[in-house]
Ligand binder design. Structure first.
Ligand code: TMP
Length: 209
């Protein structure tokens, strides 16, 4: 039995991590499902080491291509070690970010040609994609302010506002281009409302609960 693979995407501080946790809890509680919560960059021991290099403000002068390769190196490990084994045993896997973050941040944000990312993705993941991608859409300054209040900014959060505006635009463009896979939800909803909407979307789109 194949499982269901769901990614939750959005700009920094949009509330993804909170929703991954709440949605996973709701699916376990209400539907008794085997749910694996995970995140990128990270999700494995190797991925966490790569995450440290990618996000540390001490990392300076990293070229956009190096950044791209490191996100995909962490992802290749994540897919092989965590995501595919969980899907093979029939679990629901909910990840905080996946490949759409790379298109939004490294292409719309950094300006890398999206064709290069598509080729890299095809080479490494061979068409493997989430069954459903939720984008939590929120005014970027609200998200960045939330982040500032909660912790010190990581290397990507330190980018200028315009970078984050382009990333938001990226998620919205990607959603339009693949409307069957994506669902955009308003990040300004109260937390519990947003959780309910995500669970409803999973029920509708995955046709499995
Ligand atoms: P997080 O704050 O959601 O844990 O994500 C870490 C940062 O990494 C966030 O600023 C988005 C960025 N990122 C990319 O730039 N490209 C990617 O492919 C991924 C997965 C994350």
């Amino acid at each position: 039995m194949a499982g269901v693979f769901i990614s939750i995407e959005g700009t920094d501080g949009s509330g993804k991590s909170t929703q991954v946790k709440l949605v996973a809890e709701a699916l376990r509680r209400e539907n008794g499902l085997d749910v694996v919560e995970t995140f990128e960059p990270g999700g494995t021991e190797i991925g966490m080491k790569i995450r440290e290099i990618l996000l540390s403000p001490k990392t300076v002068n990293m070229s956009p291509i190096t950044e791209l390769m490191l996100f995909y190196a962490a992802r290749a490990q994540h897919v092989a070690e965590v995501i595919q084994p969980a899907l093979r045993r029939g679990a629901y896997v909910i990840t905080d970010r996946f490949c759409d973050s790379t298109f939004a941040y490294q292409s719309y944000g950094r300006g890398i040609n999206p064709e290069l990312i598509r080729q890299l993705d095809a080479l490494l993941l061979k068409g493997f994609k989430p069954d459903l991608t939720i984008v939590i859409d929120l005014d970027v300054s609200i998200g960045l302010n939330r982040k500032k209040a909660a912790s010190t900014a990581d290397r990507l959060e330190m980018e200028e506002l315009l970078f984050h505006e382009r990333v938001r635009e990226g998620f919205l463009d990607l959603s339009k281009a693949e409307s069957r896979r994506f669902k955009v939800l308003d990040g300004a909803f109260p937390v519990e409302t947003l959780t309910k909407r995500i669970v409803e979307t999973i029920k509708e789109r995955c046709n499995c609960l």
